[in-house]
Design a protein around this ligand. Sequence first.
Ligand code: 5RP
Length: 231
Amino acid sequence: MENINLEKKHAAKAAAQLIKNGMTVGLGTGSTVNYFLDALANRISQENLKIIGVTTSFKTAGRAKSLGITIIDIDDAPMIDLTVDGADEVDCHMNGIKGGGAAFLMEKIVAHNSNRVVWIVDSQKLHEQLGSFPLPVEIVPFGSGKLITDFKKHHLHPVLRQRDGKTIVTDMGHFIVDLVLNKIDQPYQLGQYLDGKIGVVEHGLFLDIVDEIIIGTSAGVRQLKRDTLQK
Ligand SMILES: O=C(CO)[C@H](O)[C@H](O)COP(=O)(O)O
């Protein structure tokens, strides 16, 4: 665990170095992003940077504000220069699964409105194929039982996300079901299927979205970049 946290810190620090004075920065959610927020806040105060943040969850907004990072609403940001976020699983095509922290709806909206998206991950997040991390799907509470039954019929193995016996409600007021698939052979097809389901608000497949992935190692970082990706 200590090693993983060190890897997360290395990736987060490297991402903080990408931030330039005057940028509007999308701030993801999760433990790796928390290290990034710390590193960013340090740079802002030490170098007197003018940075504006657009957040992807109430948790991140609270933490960013407590660190003195200026936050604005996404609709008040003419553009987001760069978004830094974590991920739960990443494959060799630079596709990923997000949503372990239940913030993927806002994260996807912020990513889609960003000029550049960078993920910061520890080395355990890299897998040959997506699916070992259960795929989160954000759904509307009304009729959620019907949708879950439908997912079961389609062998998608849905599990309604709960904590201490209570159904988790996202920042946007929805439920989450995690699809326990073990491996996803056709992520684009699955993404399209979920996009078309009534009652599904968003899913955690992030396909062709990230531009750069910074992977923390015990010694430093290594990077994957979309423009050098083998097709
Ligand atoms: O998608 C996410 C939240 O919705 C997070 O980015 C993902 O869960 C990674 O979290 P962590 O950095 O704590 O491993």
